[in-house]
Design a protein around this ligand. Structure first.
Ligand code: WT7
Length: 651
């Protein structure tokens, strides 16, 4: 079953060689793999020299107490200095660091020299507010430049930031502030969302009421909406940061000094505070951004559409791009405000050359129609990236054709909050890409696929994705819970990091991610991945998006239930449903035919775009729907349930 379906995904032999001009001038060539294989630690020691160290490290890795790694432990650096000051000192102060595009259409260009001044003022303000090296600061902001400034100011004074996504509720913020014991919270009055100001401060007021250790709340004025202020506790950014000196001498911290905590959403259990430290993290964020996007800082305009509240925003908006002196776009709003071509308008306006986005966005654009991007000039683009979940071959091909003009390589980058930076990805000037596969561990990274007994599977086999060697940007622990760190990631396979993802190797040894292992279905004794069935459904011209779950079934153990969003022109008929079942059967084999297919208008997703299959399983198994608080839009489940036919099989 598994090999057949993979063969099917590949049946058209769709492979894309790197564009010749890109390959000729690529930042990283094939030789990097051999170099890293020959001397992995030497390779990373060399990459660490991309940074400016106040004290150069002489040790690369200390792995004497696994799984607690120390990278570059005797080195000292200041992360903010590396992201800002050194570019100014190198004569690039006039280069734009950030082209900010607000949702209402306001825009600001911020040069590296201006960023240095603003980060220095913010660092002085943090000091005035009592923040010291080793403290934690919670950040709850919209996608505005102050979010970047706040993070860098924390790094500059050696305080760890804990950014909480602006869409999280007061309770979610409170538990994260508590867990990290943050003494300062940085927020704003609000941000613009779908054409309207949307308040943020009330959630912080409610959260901080439960967090007595918070001394101050520093508030950025973004929307100008009415905002309650607690005397003595709350202060405005424009007052306190605005009156500071733009001189601030960055102090060097140990390479293993905490840089940030980021809580993973986790579908079950208490959120995990993933701890990242300084030197190793910045080394890998900078190297991968340079290698995987082929960034040429003098000419490229880079745009990552993630929110700063996710790890993608940390590593590929703040630390990687700024360490590399990139010019980038930051966009505040949603892709459909004020119109569905907003992203392409932004690409055209700034001449974006490198675009990094998520499969969920790409599938949404597919659903909206090819004619929308076609109205804009996207000819500046040269590299396209994808992250967050497996990208279906169909969406990959659409992205390549309608956004990349059939000319841009696509880098499908696999990594996690825990890995800190990219781990598995094509290199745009080297790899012959295959739609739907993240392909190969990056130079210096060791990943493989193992079976239940931890044996490496042969090419053509499937199992669990594991990382077999420590890497510089690896999480150091779960904040305050070393045992949970060991149990969660290192206990399943002795000496290996278990990522929680299922994966396959194809006949060339390339890696295909199959989603979280909790999402694998067991149908009549066969393991079937939800990702594969979803890809098969989306490859039908009438289907825009699909989410597949295994529902308990008396006869088959689990039965496949598919929720599909149809494309604009398709209408939901019994004939179409039957056709889709047959299409999956023909693509993957009869065993993978969904028992039920339910057309819906929307799918339940987390705010980072991941489908919440747990909720769909509740629906498929006729249960009351569980906790919906992490949904981006909690009304989606009502909509789905109200449109469901009476339970039972479509057979
Ligand atoms: C999980 C990590 C990495 C930043 C955003 C998500 C899935 C991520 C891919 C990809 C297949 C992917 C995995 C992973 N994932 N990228 N290119 N192909 N799956 O960070 O929230 O920590 O989620 O996202 O399941 O384990 P995260």
């Amino acid at each position: 079953m598994s090999n057949e379906s993979l063969a099917n995904l590949l049946k058209e032999e769709r492979r894309f060689a790197p564009p010749a001009d890109l390959a000729t001038a690529a930042n990283v060539t094939e030789a990097a793999y051999a170099q890293a294989d020959a001397d992995r630690l030497g390779f990373w020691a060399e990459q660490a020299r991309r940074l400016n160290w106040a004290v150069e490290p002489t040790e690369t890795l200390d792995w004497t107490n696994p799984p607690f790694a120390k990278w570059f432990a005797d080195g000292k650096l200041n992360v903010a200095y590396n992201c800002v000051d050194r570019h100014v000192e190198a004569g690039n102060g006039d280069r734009v660091a950030i082209h900010f595009e607000g949702e209402p259409g306001d825009s600001r260009a911020i040069t590296y020299a201006e960023l240095k001044d603003e980060v220095s003022r913010a660092a002085n303000a943090l000091t005035e507010l009592g923040v010291r090296a080793g403290d934690r600061v919670a950040v709850y902001l919209p996608m505005i430049p102050e979010a970047v400034v706040a993070m860098l100011a924390c790094a500059r004074v050696g305080a760890a930031h804990s950014v909480v996504f602006g869409g999280f509720s007061a309770d979610a913020v409170a538990s994260r502030i508590q867990d990290a014991d943050a003494k300062l919270v940085i927020t704003s009055d609000g941000g613009y969302r779908r054409g309207k100001p949307s308040a943020l401060k009330p959630a912080i007021d409610a959260a901080v009421a439960k967090c007595p250790q918070v001394e101050h709340v520093l508030v950025v004025r973004r929307t100008g909406q009415d905002t309650a202020f607690t005397e003595g506790r709350d202060v405005w950014w424009h007052d306190v940061v605005g009156r500071q000196s733009a001189e601030h001498t960055p102090q060097a911290f140990d390479a293993e000094h905490p840089l940030f905590i980021l809580y993973t959403s986790g579908t079950t259990g208490k959120p995990k505070g993933i701890l990242h430290t300084s030197g190793g993290y910045l080394t890998q964020a900078a190297y991968t951004h340079h290698a995987v996007f082929d960034l040429k800082p003098e000419t490229d305009v880079y745009w990552c559409t993630a929110d700063i509240g996710w790890v993608t925003g940390h590593s590929y908006i703040v630390y990687g791009p700024l360490a590399n002196g990139a010019t980038q776009v930051i966009y505040e709003g949603t892709p459909d405000t004020p119109h569905q071509g907003r992203f392409w308008e932004v690409v055209q306006k700034y001449g974006v050359t490198i675009l990094y986005t998520a499969p969920t966005a790409i599938r949404t654009f597919m659903k909206w129609g090819d004619d929308i991007p076609a109205k804009f000039d996207l000819s500046s683009l040269r590299v396209l990236g994808s992250v967050g979940e497996p990208i279906n071959p169909e969406a990959w091909i659409w992205y390549r054709k309608h956004i990349g003009g059939d000319r841009c390589p696509i880098v499908d980058t696999w990594w996690q909050t825990e890995t800190g930076a990219m781990m598995i990805s094509p290199l745009p000037g080297v790899t012959e890409t295959k739609p739907g596969s993240a392909q190969r561990a990056l130079p210096g990274i060791s990943a493989t696929v193992v079976d239940d007994e931890a044996n490496e599977v042969p090419n053509g086999g499937g199992g669990y994705l594991v990382l077999t060697e420590p890497w510089p940007s690896m999480l150091r622990t779960i904040w305050g819970d070393d045992q949970r760190f060991i149990d969660t990631y290192w206990a399943r396979f002795e000496g290996k990091y278990f990522a929680g993802d299922g994966a396959k190797k194809d006949d060339d040894g390339d890696i295909w991610l199959l989603g979280r292992v909790d999402d694998v279905m067991l149908v009549s004794g066969h393991n079937i991945s939800t990702t594969e069935v979803e890809s098969a459904l989306v490859s039908h011209p009438s289907v825009a998006e699909a989410a597949v779950v295994g529902a308990n079934d008396e006869t088959t153990g689990q039965a496949i239930v598919a929720f599909v969003i149809l494309r604009g022109s398709a209408s939901e008929t019994d004939t179409l449903v039957a056709e889709l079942r047959n299409h999956v059967g023909a693509t993957l084999g009869p065993i993978a035919k969904p028992k039920r297919i339910l057309p819906v208008q929307e799918l339940p997703k987390t705010r980072s775009g991941k489908i919440m299959r747990r909720l769909l399983r509740d629906v498929a198994e006729n249960r009351a729907v569980g906790d919906v608080t992490t949904l981006a839009d909690s009304s989606v489940m009502d909509l789905i349930q109200s449109r469901l036919p009476a339970a039972g099989s479509d057979d």
